[in-house]
Design a protein around this ligand. Structure first.
Ligand SMILES: Nc1ncnc2c1ncn2[C@@H]1O[C@H](COP(=O)(O)OP(=O)(O)OP(=O)(O)O)[C@@H](O)[C@H]1O
Ligand SMILES: [Mg+2]
Length: 306
């Protein structure tokens, strides 16, 4: 569990993270979205004890961020894929992982096993004896992911882990993250990829120095204009309109032979509307539900904040 209470970080006169209060549950994939300079990396760096907080509190499980006695224990239960990968360029992929394994006191056999497991999972096994310095950006990114997991942490912070990856590798990493979720790991994911966030995150926080919104992808989408059912008829006439009005539908609008209605639970409301229209003699050509996208919600929040 990750919990922050009024967490704030200032750099001189600039407030990078302002009064952040947030709770990420165990086993959750939490997406942290926000424009460049929103304070996402700063938040992660505070939570990983790489930089100090200015004020407020943060806890990971039973450990307090910023408390000296807790810092070693904290490092053992968290893994970080940082925004700049920072590998040892003159060591091979395998040696990089080995080095970290040693830092975390893994035995030789644990190191060997973890090393092979993650390099294979991330498609780097064939390159295990190649120097990290000669890796492409995407390969380095994947190696940094393996490195973050080498000590089997419970909570993994990932700062834009798919930023440099080709579509196929990005998919591998997303599937990898979902695999971690199945193992009940907690993932805190900074990303600019809204589609990715929507697909893999249980909840999303939209950050712009302050936390602007928090919810499931569906909740955030619904926060813009909700969902609408669009019904295309052969012909719209008064009996059809009266039948729908009889159901007290919300915001019924008509455009040629297309009707649009605001819906909250389309799975319950659509069958009733279809029955009413058919009962009034209407001929339905199609029925579909549209919702605003996460992108709509994101852009609305961020633009309103300017
Ligand atoms: N070490 C630092 N010294 C001074 N200012 C800093 C430092 N680190 C971050 N900042 C500032 O804090 C703000 C938040 O930066 P941060 O890197 O957390 O944003 P971000 O949301 O991760 O952005 P991006 O999406 O571009 O990665 C920015 O204005 C940045 O310039
Ligand atoms: Mg960042």
């Amino acid at each position: 569990m990750i919990e922050t209470q009024n967490l704030t970080r200032k750099f001189g006169t600039l407030t990078a993270v302002d009064d952040l209060t947030l709770r990420v549950e165990d086993g959750e994939v939490f997406g942290f979205l926000g424009p460049n300079g929103a304070g996402k990396t700063t938040t992660v760096r505070m939570l990983c004890s790489l930089i100090s907080k200015t004020s407020g509190d943060a806890r990971i499980d039973d450990y307090d961020i910023g408390k000296k006695e807790d810092s070693l224990k904290l490092r053992k239960i968290i893994g970080l894929v940082p925004d700049n990968v920072g590998l040892y360029e003159s060591l091979t992929a395998s040696e990089n992982l080995d080095y970290y394994g040693t830092l975390f006191d893994l035995t030789d056999s644990q190191r060997k096993e973890s090393n092979e497991h993650f390099l294979k999972l991330l498609g780097l096994w064939e390159k295990r004896d190649v120097m990290a310095g000669s890796f492409s950006k995407g390969m380095k990114q994947k190696l940094a992911i393996a490195r973050a997991l080498i000590h089997n942490p419970e909570i993994i912070f990932m700062d834009e882990p798919t930023a440099n990856l080709d579509p196929e590798s990005a998919k591998t990493v997303r599937e990898f993250i979902l695999g971690l979720k199945k193992e009940k790991k907690t993932i805190f994911l900074n990303t600019h990829n809204l589609d990715e966030a929507q697909r893999i995150c249980d909840r999303i926080g939209i950050m712009n120095t302050k936390l602007m919104a928090l919810g499931t992808p569906d909740e955030l989408e619904g926060s813009v204009h909700g969902r609408k059912t669009v019904i295309q008829l052969r012909q719209v006439n008064d009996p059809v309109l009266d039948a729908l009005r009889g159901l007290n539908v919300r915001n019924l609008t008509k455009e040629d032979n297309k009707l649009t209605v605001d819906v909250v639970k389309p799975e319950d409301e659509n069958p009733a509307m279809v029955d009413a229209i058919v009962g009034a003699g209407g001929k339905i050509e199609s029925v579909f539900v549209i919702s605003s996208s996460l992108e709509d919600a994101y852009l609305k929040l961020v633009r309103e904040d300017r």
